[in-house]
Design a protein around this ligand. Structure first.
Ligand SMILES: Cc1ncc(COP(=O)(O)O)c(C=O)c1O
Length: 274
C-alpha cells in the first residue's frame, strides 16, 4: 500500500494517548488507526476528535472489541476479526468491516472479491483486489455463535467486575493498577499493571500453583527485529509505552471460567503479594 505505520504512546489504558497524538501528525499522515486493545474503548472518542481536527480518516481496529455499537460513531471504518481466539469467532480465519459510507462499503466488497464489480463476477473488474470473502461454513458458524454472544459477554463482564472488586485491596495498597475502562469494555483480556513486582516472577509463581499468567504481546511492534522496526527513527518517543509494557501482565479470564476457578486465581495473586 505504500503506507508506513507511525507509533503513538499509549497511556495506562493501553490505548493511544490522545495527548500524544498531535505530536506525531504531520503532512504525510493519512489516517489514524486506534486499537481497542484487550477490549477497552478508552480514549476512542478523544482520538476521533483530534483526528478530525486534522481532517484525517479514523480506522478503528476493533478485533478485540466486538459488541460496542457506538464505536461506529467515532470511525470511518471499524474493522472486526472473527478468528477463533476472539470473543466471538468462527472455526477459521474471518473478519468484517463496518462503515456508514456507501463508497467505502462498495470498495471493500470489490477489494474482497478480486476487484470485481458487485454482481458482475468474472465480467467487470474495476480494481485490484484479494480473494478475501468469508466462506459459507464460517458464516453459518458465526450466525449460530451470535445467539450466545450476549450471554457470553455478560459472563465476561461479571468475571471482570468480580476481579475488580476482589483485587481492589491490592490496588488500594498501590501494588497494582486495575483496568481503567470498566464500562465500555468487552474484556477480551484482563490486563493489570504491576507497580513493584516483575511480571516474570508472577508467571513463575503462577506456574508453581498451576495458574497461567502471561504477557500476551511480549514484544512491542517497534522493538521487533524487522527492517522497519530496526530503522524506526522515533523509538525514543515511545519510552512511556515501553515503561507501561514492562509492567503489564494478563490474568486468566474467559466465558467458561467458573467463580470457583476465579477464586483460586485470586488467592494465588494474594499469595504472590503477601
Ligand atoms: C488487535 C488485533 N488486530 C488485528 C488482529 C488480526 O485479526 P485476524 O486474525 O482476523 O487477521 C488481531 C487478532 O489476531 C488483533 O487482536
Amino acid at each position: 500500500m505504500g503506507a508506513n505505520p507511525v507509533y503513538v504512546n499509549v497511556d495506562k489504558s493501553f490505548n493511544i494517548d490522545p495527548k500524544d497524538l498531535g505530536k506525531i501528525i504531520d503532512s504525510k499522515t493519512k489516517a489514524i488507526m486506534p486499537v481497542c486493545l484487550y477490549g477497552s474503548t478508552r480514549n476512542i472518542r478523544e482520538v476521533y476528535h483530534v483526528a478530525k481536527s486534522y481532517n484525517l480518516k479514523v480506522i478503528i481496529d476493533a478485533a478485540q472489541c466486538f459488541g460496542i455499537p457506538e464505536l461506529i460513531d467515532y470511525a470511518d471504518i471499524v474493522v472486526l476479526s472473527f478468528n477463533p481466539f476472539k470473543n466471538i469467532g468462527t472455526f477459521g480465519k474471518s473478519g468484517a468491516l463496518i462503515t456508514q459510507c456507501n463508497d467505502l462499503s462498495d470498495q471493500a466488497r470489490r477489494f474482497s472479491y478480486h476487484g470485481f464489480y458487485e454482481g458482475k463476477k468474472n465480467d467487470k473488474c474495476l480494481d485490484w483486489g484479494y480473494n478475501g470473502r468469508m466462506d459459507n461454513i464460517q458464516a453459518a458458524v458465526l450466525l449460530k455463535k451470535l445467539e450466545y454472544f450476549e450471554l457470553n459477554s455478560l459472563k465476561r463482564c461479571f468475571l471482570a467486575h468480580r476481579y475488580i472488586e476482589k483485587l481492589n485491596k491490592i490496588e488500594n495498597d498501590n501494588r497494582i493498577v486495575l483496568p481503567v475502562e470498566r464500562n465500555e469494555n468487552t474484556w477480551h483480556l484482563f490486563p493489570i499493571i504491576l507497580n513493584d513486582k516483575k511480571s516474570a516472577d508472577l508467571i513463575e509463581f503462577g506456574k508453581s500453583k498451576s495458574v497461567e499468567f502471561d504477557v500476551y504481546y511480549p514484544i512491542l511492534s517497534h522493538e521487533f527485529k524487522t527492517n522497519y522496526a530496526s530503522n524506526y527513527k522515533h523509538k525514543d518517543h515511545l519510552s512511556k509505552t515501553s515503561d507501561i509494557h514492562s509492567q503489564i501482565i494478563h490474568i486468566p479470564l474467559h466465558n467458561h471460567m467458573s467463580t470457583y476457578e476465579q477464586d483460586n486465581i485470586i488467592k494465588v495473586i494474594y499469595d504472590f503479594f503477601r
